[in-house]
Design a protein around this ligand. Structure first.
Ligand code: AMP
Length: 214
């Protein structure tokens, strides 16, 4: 089973992805996570990506597409995958569509988490992460001890692009570039919209039901 998870920044893609891949034993491919790891390792790709990401802009397709291809070449996907944060432009969707055409990587289902932008702004500006990628929110999902990850005990941090200023740009990018991708998959009959404004457990319960039918 190959799934794509979509939604505006802060719609819950990261949180849901972690739960989906664990429950359904899928390979998680998150372009945002790959970029953050490249930035941390100070690679050339990371240096290029950083200048865009910190401003809230999309990294150019000429950088992003080859990075995804290289990930797929290096990782043997045996039990399906969950693609998170890609494709984010129509051009990416077209390139990816060609790449996986008639292969075992064909997408079966596209889940879109629907959340209104006022809620998104509150979610993103209150978001804290552990270095291992666990996501918290000061109000909606706080750690037991302020600033410390419940699981690893590591110090939590805020993403550099989780400022209000950057979120406004990211939402513009989403409107201009990513919304057409939803239309692209809707036309293929693969898109399922899920109300992402409810609690994490409620949203996940819906996703589980959907995937169990697949
Ligand atoms: P995310 O963790 O998915 O919110 O992604 C963080 C940032 O990484 C985005 O705001 C973009 O700057 C960049 N990014 C992630 N995925 C893509 C993509 N598919 N195309 C272009 N930029 C991306």
């Amino acid at each position: 089973m190959n799934i794509l998870i979509m939604g505006a920044p802060g719609s819950g893609k990261g949180t849901m992805s972690a739960r989906i891949v664990q429950k359904f034993n899928l390979t998680h491919i998150s372009t945002g996570d790959i970029f953050r790891s490249e930035i941390k390792n100070e690679t050339e790709l990371g240096k290029t990506a950083k200048s865009y990401i910190e401003k809230g802009l999309l990294v150019p397709d000429s950088v992003t597409n080859p990075m995804v291809v290289s990930f797929l070449e290096k990782n043997n996907i045996e039990n399906g995958y969950l693609l998170d944060g890609y494709p984010r432009t129509l051009a990416q969707a077209e390139v990816y569509g060609e790449l996986i055409k008639n292969s075992s990587l064909e997408i079966d289902l596209v889940i879109n988490l629907d959340v209104n932008y006022e809620i998104i702004k509150e979610r993103i500006t209150g978001r804290w992460m552990s270095p291992e990628g666990k996501i918290y929110h000061v109000k909606y999902n706080p750690p037991k001890v302020e600033g410390i990850c419940d699981v690893s005990g590591s110090q939590l941090f805020q993403r550099k692009d989780d400022t209000l200023e950057s979120v406004v740009v990211r939402l513009e990018e989403y409107d201009n570039n990513t919304k057409p991708v939803l239309e692209f998959y809707a036309k293929q009959g693969k898109l399922v919209n899920i109300d992402g404004e409810r609690s994490m457990d409620e949203v996940f319960a819906d996703i589980e039901k959907l995937l169990e039918k697949k």
